[in-house]
Write a protein that binds this ligand. Sequence first.
Ligand code: GDP
Length: 365
Amino acid sequence: GFKCGIVGLPNVGKSTLFNALTKTAAAQAENYPFCTIEPNVGDVAVPEPRLKNLAAIAGSKEIIPTRMNFVDIAGLVKGASQGEGLGNQFLANIRETDAVAYVLRCFEDDDITHVSGKIDPLADYEVVETELMLADLESLEKRRTNLEKKAKSGGDKDAKEALAMVDLALEQLNAGKPARNADVPKDSAKAWKMLQLLTAKPVFYIANVDEDSAGEGNEFSDVVKKHAEAEGSPVVVISAKIESEIAMLDEEEQAEFLETLGLEEPGLNRVIRAGYDLLGLQTYFTVGPKEARAWTIPEGATAPQAAGVIHGDFEKGFIRAETIAYPDFIAHKGENGAKEAGKMRAEGKEYIVKDGDVLHFRFNV
Ligand code: GDP
């Protein structure tokens, strides 16, 4: 599955957030650094309000959301790239993720130690990012020596391209910028990806504010917002503490609690969606009397590729996808109505599936 790593300094609220996300007590939130020693992977349902509407129309017995993984990555302190704290483990864990969420402490609380003594979310962010950049620099420099030899001796085309990408990344990092902001030529995207740079992963920011600022944010989260906007990265303002309380409630209590807070949905939904969107993922649906189900595909996936997410045989034997756009399915009250209104299309192998498509695959076995 797709993985989003949660990173940040100790005591910023990562575990609290992670616990709320997974509603487990497995990742203990404690008031001391390094409490989450093992990386914790949480399998999270992606909130999808459209599923309920589809199920209501089709009379589906079951609703099955699509899922993604969040990983609570602990142990980052200054010097992690040199092996301080849980440095090496931290870096290995982050390498395995597809996207990174920076949790930044935007709440004041004298009882909870801040590793550098004061609340400054951007300074915290820079500590973490610097460690990642240093780790990238080290791996690039190691690689460069080999590639240069290869590129010189054989005139190997792949080695030359890789070397060009290494140099592009080095230039970026030496200018103090994360690799994700580099201008990568389109046809070098693959060679770039092969470098597996930590700072090339897409990021979003989670400004963890105090309970009273959950709605509007505060002066600290405003700073985070400004930074994120300048970079073109998403930002979510949230109070992890409130979220952990909301997560403990059953559905009915949750709705009541949210209403008293003046919120439409748990802030966690925004966190999950931000991760999902950042990964370039989108959703299509299969709907029947048994179940209404959401499936995840990368943006740009073709109909056979989408079918392959359900089962490899669906992709191999793909004939066509009977397709109804979500708004048409709703407007015409289901498959039959949409069909009668001429809103059901038969799409072939080349069709690029759109977010919200309701699909029915025809295939050979
Ligand atoms: P981690 O080290 O980043 O995983 O941080 P934790 O989730 O363990 O949180 C450290 C401490 O900060 C715990 O005592 C949490 O209860 C507390 N904490 C987390 N989020 C908030 C928040 O939004 N407001 C307040 N006041 N405390 C928080």
